[in-house]
Write a protein that binds this ligand. Structure first.
Ligand code: IMP
Length: 189
């Protein structure tokens, strides 16, 4: 039997863990959930947010570990909510985004995930990025977490992430692409 490599994902979000477990299994990575509530700095840069969070965690955790920060960047709103996606989801929610976008012809958006990974406390932080282009739907479609009911990936068939199965989302999502880069990196080391 091939030995699985154990890597920890520090997050308070069980949906992210569920997605990542399935994706990383194909890379022989046994994903462990390190349940943490992140200290998130306000910054306009996802990389800066992820690196800050990881540095907080590795102070007392010495195993291979990563954090990720994700943002939804909407074209017609000049990239808003972007790095503020978590706060905007809590305050405006999907209904609020739909209201903001009412009558807007340009529905283009980008979902971006930044992973910050550290193998051990002696190593440099490695960054892996995944991006998926899409459209913001005009109404909530499907049952899913976060912005999934609003986001229609361009690589898909017109359904929102929330209308897809977990496996379907995992073939084209921003998170899949970032985790694929991490998986490829881990295969080589
Ligand atoms: P976070 O700061 O990385 O946890 O994510 C920012 C916001 O985007 C949160 O409200 C998440 O629920 C949401 N989010 C992150 N990833 C996804 C996703 O894959 N689908 C839908 N919403 C997401």
């Amino acid at each position: 039997m091939i030995n699985m490599q154990r890597v920890y994902f520090a997050t308070g979000n069980p949906h992210k863990v569920e997605e990542a477990k399935l994706i990383l299994r194909d890379y022989n990575v046994e994903l462990m959930h390190l349940n943490t509530q992140r200290v998130e700095i306000q910054s306009s840069d996802l990389v800066e947010i992820a690196v800050y969070s990881l540095n907080q965690i590795v102070k007392d955790f010495k195993q291979p570990v990563f954090v990720e920060d994700t943002g939804l960047f909407i074209n017609s709103l000049n990239g808003f909510p972007g790095p503020f996606s978590s706060y905007v989801f809590k305050t405006l929610g999907n209904k609020g985004i739909i209201k903001l976008m009412k009558g807007e012809a340009d529905r283009n958006a980008l979902f971006k995930t930044v992973i910050a990974f550290k193998e051990s406390d002696r190593d440099q932080i490695k960054i892996f990025i995944g991006e998926t282009l899409g459209l913001i739907s005009e109404e909530i479609r499907g049952v899913g977490w976060g912005y999934d009911p609003l986001f229609i990936p361009l690589e898909g068939d017109g359904r929102t992430y929330a209308e897809m199965s977990l496996e379907e989302k995992n073939l084209l999502s921003h998170r899949f692409k970032a985790l694929k880069s991490l998986g490829d990196y881990l295969r080589k080391v």
